[in-house]
Structures are given as C-alpha cells and as structure tokens.
Design a binder for this molecule. Structure first.
Ligand code: SF4
Ligand code: SF4
Length: 249
C-alpha cells in the first residue's frame, strides 16, 4: 500500500505549499509513489484519521496547534516540517518577542487578549513534538523538498547541510558583500540552497537558520571590526532566527 501522506499548514502564508504546486512536473512522479490523502491548500475535505506521513508548514501559535501536533505525532510514523516558520519559527516568531498580550491588544482592541486566536508564543514545530525531517528556507526549495520527501519515503536518515553559507559562496567565486560594505548573513547561516541569493546578487537574509557551528559572538566581532552596525546585523538576523539559540542549537 502506498504511504498515506497529509499536508497541513499552521501559522504561515502557505508559501511553501504554493511551492509544492510549482513542481508539477516532478509532483506527478511523487504522486505515483504516495497516497496524497489530504492537502490543506488543495483539499476541500477533512484530514483523515489515519495516515503515515505528515508534512507540516507553519509555526505553532495556538493551543489548537499544540493539540493537533500531539495527535499528528501519535498518528504519523514520519513527521516532516517544511519552511522557515515550521523549522525555526521564522518570521512569526518575531511576534513573540516582548509583550505578546499587548500585541493582541494592538490588533484586536481592548479585549484583544481574550478574543485573539493565538494563545501560544509563536514557535517551531520541534518545540512541541519530535520532527523526523526538515526542509528549511523561506520559501523552501522545491528540489530539496523532493529530495527530503524521497528520503523520508525510503526511510533514509534526515540530512540537512550544516556548513555556513560562506563556505559554499566561496566555491561560487562571488565577491563578498561584506567587502562591498553590505550586510550579508552568510557568516551565520546554514547552507543547502547553494548560496542562491548571494550568487544571484542579493545578500543572504538567513532564511535557512543558523549553521550548526555558527559562532554568533565571534561573527559579530568580525563585523564590528569591519565597521558594520552590529545592532542592525542583530536586527536582520532576528527576522528568521529569533528562536534559533533556544530551540535549534
Ligand atoms: S558574507 Fe555573504 S557574500 Fe560574503 S562570503 Fe559569506 S555568504 Fe558570501
Ligand atoms: S542565500 Fe540565504 S536568504 Fe538566500 S535562500 Fe540561501 S539561506 Fe535563504
């Protein structure tokens, strides 16, 4: 029997599920290997009670998410998370910094804390349940998604490249943005995207999360010595990595 796969979204813009629709050529091959029982973006029905593989996009922001994830973990043999929001908390995690209750009030008015749907400070899926496979990035890379899904279906180990972006950037013979006076977060960020943005002419914004051995303190010192405003660097790093130190190191 083909593995039954469900695809669901928590707090996100569904960008990674949209990415899945962009791989129609390869998707047909993948669909031949699986029983796609539910795809939140594309299904009008409800999620089935039984399935083998759960693919999850988005950050945890509500108590309903927490309960859902616990049920998913108890049901699925394989849990795979896709995209920065699910892997690191991503951009939603920024909302959890400071006074979350006050933010509810800003958005929903005086009774905001009561009526707001979220009651959980935004966090990655791994903060609630064990995760078997990760596809980081904002949005995720479709080729990497297919590779990781294929590994998951074959029961092979999860392999996320961990070396810092600069190591790969150098092999592409790019001129370093830092030498041009522009902030680039490659010093902190794990590769796996082939240093895509920097090779296309844009500094890395750190969407894949921190490299395993990233030495944030030391990198900040290097950047300060080069004349960069480390507060601005920290601000940019926080966009995708607010919770990285807490959950992912
Ligand atoms: S800082 Fe950015 S541009 Fe410089 S080597 Fe690292 S990834 Fe490349
Ligand atoms: S170069 Fe940086 S911002 Fe661009 S995809 Fe890779 S990790 Fe993300």
């Amino acid at each position: 029997m083909a593995p039954r796969v469900v695809v669901m979204g928590l707090a996100s813009d569904f960008g990674c599920q949209v990415q899945m629709t962009n791989i129609e050529d390869d998707l047909l091959d993948v669909l031949g290997l699986i029983d796609l029982s539910y795809w939140q973006l594309a299904s009008s029905g409800h999620m089935p009670a039984e399935y083998d593989v759960a693919i999850i996009e988005g950050a945890v922001t509500t108590t309903e998410h927490v309960e859902l994830l616990k049920r998913v973990r108890a049901t699925a043999g394989v849990v795979m998370v896709i995209g920065a929001c699910a892997v690191t908390g991503g951009i939603p995690a920024m909302a959890g910094q400071g006074d979350l209750e006050e933010r509810y009030g800003c958005v929903y008015g005086a009774d905001g804390a009561e009526v707001a749907c979220g009651r959980v400070s935004p966090a990655p899926v791994k903060s609630v349940i064990d995760v078997d496979y990760e596809v980081p990035g904002c949005p995720m890379d479709t080729t990497e998604f297919l590779r990781v899904l294929s590994r998951a279906l074959q029961g092979l180990a999860n392999r996320v490249p961990e070396e810092p972006m600069c190591a790969i950037c150098k092999t592409k013979e790019n001129i370093c943005f830092l030498d041009k006076g522009e902030i680039c977060l490659g010093l902190f960020t794990r590769t796996g995207c082939g240093a895509r943005c920097v090779t296309l002419g844009r500094p890395c914004t750190g969407c894949r999360g921190l490299a395993k051995d990233a030495n944030v303190e030391s990198a900040m010192k290097i950047l300060a010595a080069k004349g960069f405003d480390v507060d601005e660097v920290a601000e940019r790093l926080a966009v995708f990595n607010t919770l990285e130190e807490a959950f992912c190191r």
